[in-house]
Design a protein around this ligand. Structure first.
Ligand code: PRX
Length: 571
């Protein structure tokens, strides 16, 4: 189970992807694999960037190859070694893909961090991820890293992509100076396909974030699904709107399109419905990968009844991260002239697992069917880590699980082997998501088995929010829950009980929101704070978030068997 034995599986799409990625002597380095396009089609545009001011710049595969090699040299000079992390804290920019590829060429493990995180979540993640170097901008360094520098002994060096003129000291380096002084020759470490390549942080409901490890083998699934699901080819202009800090931002925002040889489109401006529509048109995007939240916001700005959008090059639109409701699919058909394809996957799966593919005619609102090579099942968890697999040929509802043998399957939760093992049973990987399979074999999203909050496509661990709230002197206990929200799917909502000597008030609620926002950043901080004299607990003493949620939503009946189940999972 833990050794990823997909290469033995007889799946032609995987074999051909692997043949493309592997060096003649059999090793696979995803950073170096992209250089093959530089040899075959050097002038092909690899990255096309639309700046916030509207200016467009282009980078050829030849230039990308040369620049990422120089970055690899530079990162090695400051101590990046095979297996060490290259933490990359950047907004949407041309630097992000260059740094990911440069780090991979150097044999490092690219570990993107979300630039909207506050200092606390960043320090926690680097603490979990361990030794390495950090690459960021001058502004992000000043705001997020300088205040916690003393808490980051794991960092061998900090590298700024835009260091201002002048000498830098104290372990902070100027990337451009490093490049100017580093070697010129080839720099690509021969990595076995099982060598770690990516580290992504994902949240559970309890404990610290998990660091999900992917090896270079992830590229096989990314190429296969890029071709099959997104229909990507060498002539496409592909825009993935995911933030670089999340798994989609690296997997499909960098690797899949560049491994396939397409042109990657980047818009550096923040989300704005009209801006994004302009980008689709002026960058002549042919394949667009985005989220239901973004689509719903654009739908609100441009409702049915208005003229269809002028994105004439668009031929594939796909979405990920949250349920794609049928209304959005209908809007897309009319306004974009496309059936928006839903795709399901998660950080651990590394690549798309279930999708509406061009070949399959899945019902609107369903996630579709397993992609080629992937085998899905629905299961019920039994006590003692056992599972019952429901009949694969029947309509059913249960926890979504997969045969644990696809190329992009994660290899570990860093330093947490028991937690990793607990995700598997009977040779299946258990996703933690509940799904329904209909009589036609389409899968429908039902929800999370646990209580993680799903906001704007981001999975937010309740405990991380609660921990910060409880660090405030007024707060005795806190429960963070997701409440339905038309725009972002779920909004973060916190219910807190107070310590003696504090009284509930609007002023205190405002203060707590500010406290959380300063430490967690806007995405994770609760939008609403509610006070409660006491929070409900399970028998083992853990907060029953489902009960809290039912109360917050005014639902009086709570299914007790669900609560028992919840406490089983938490135990
Ligand atoms: O609950 C599922 C939801 O997002 C979770 C994975 O989150 P994360 O690891 O952050 O990765 C996000 C990007 C791949 C899943 O367990 N999810 C993902 N895709 C869908 C979805 N929920 C409903 N429909 C989807 N298409």
């Amino acid at each position: 189970m833990e050794s990823n034995e997909f290469t033995r599986a007889n799946v032609p799409a995987w074999r051909s992807a692997r043949d493309w990625l592997a060096e003649p002597h059999g090793t696979v380095n995803l950073g170096a694999a992209i250089d093959r396009h530089a040899a075959l089609r050097p002038d092909q545009v690899a990255i096309k960037v639309r700046g916030a001011d509207g200016t467009v710049s282009k980078l050829s595969y030849r230039a990308l190859c040369a620049e990422t090699t120089r970055i690899a040299h530079a990162l090695r000079v400051v101590g990046l070694r095979p297996g060490l992390k290259a933490y990359i804290l950047l907004e949407r920019s041309v630097e992000f893909p260059k740094l990911v590829l440069g780090a991979l060429k150097a044999g490092g493990v690219a570990a993107p961090l979300f630039a909207a995180f506050g200092p606390d979540p960043i320090a926690t993640r680097i603490g979990v991820g361990g030794e390495g170097v950090l690459v960021t901008t001058h502004a992000l360094y000043r705001r997020k890293i300088a205040p916690i520098r003393a808490r980051l002994p794991q960092l061998r060096a900090i590298v700024l992509v835009d260091a201002p003129e002048g000498a830098w000291s104290d372990g902070v380096f100027d990337l451009n100076l490093l490049i100017a002084e580093s070697g010129e020759g080839p720099c690509s470490v021969d990595t076995d396909e099982s060598a770690p390549a990516l580290l992504h942080f994902t949240s559970g409901t309890t404990g610290t974030p998990k660091a999900v490890v992917h090896s270079h083998a992830i590229g096989v699934s990314l190429v296969a699904t890029g071709r099959e699901v997104l229909d990507l080819g060498g002539l496409d202009r592909f825009w993935c709107t995911a933030d670089p800090g999340w798994v989609t931002g690296t997997a499909y925002g960098v690797l899949a399109p560049l491994l396939i040889g397409a042109t990657l489109v980047i818009d550096t401006a923040p989300f704005d419905p009209q801006r994004w529509l302009d980008t689709l048109a002026c960058m002549r995007v042919s394949v667009w990968y985005t989220t239901p939240t973004a689509l719903r916001m654009i739908m609100r700005a441009r409702p049915l009844g208005q003229p269809p959008l002028e994105a004439t090059s668009l031929r594939v639109v796909a979405s990920v991260g949250e349920p794609l409701n049928a209304e959005v699919v209908e809007w897309g058909r009319t306004m974009l002239g496309q059936r928006i394809r839903d795709t399901w996957w998660q950080t651990e799966t590394g690549a798309i697992m279930i999708a509406n593919t061009p070949a399959g005619a899945s019902a609107d609102g369903s996630m579709g069917r397993p992609v080629i090579g992937v085998r899905a099942h629905l299961v019920r968890r039994l006590p003692l880590g056992l599972i019952h697999v429901l009949d694969d040929h029947e309509a059913a509802e249960g926890e979504l699980a997969f045969d644990a043998a696809w190329p992009a399957m994660f290899g570990a939760y860093l330093d947490q082997p028991a937690r990793y093992r607990s995700q598997f049973s009977n040779g299946l990987y258990l996703t933690g998501d509940l799904a329904r399979r209909d009589a036609r074999g389409d899968y429908w999203y039902v929800g999370r088995v646990d209580d993680a909050i799903q906001s704007s496509g981001h999975l937010i661990g309740a405990y991380e929010v609660e921990r910060v709230l409880m660090a405030h002197p007024a707060v005795a206990e806190a429960a963070a829950i997701g409440v339905p929200d038309d725009t972002c799917g779920e909004a973060v909502h916190a219910v807190v009980s107070l310590n003696a000597g504090y009284a509930a008030s609007d002023a205190l609620a405002t203060e707590l929101r500010g406290h959380a926002r300063a430490r967690l950043g806007a995405v994770m901080a609760p939008r609403h704070i509610e006070f409660s004299a006491e929070l409900p607990h399970t028998r083992s003493g853990k907060i029953m978030r489902r009960q809290v949620r039912a109360q917050a939503l005014g639902e009086s009946i709570v299914d007790l068997s669900m609560l028992e189940e919840a406490s089983l999972h938490e135990a």
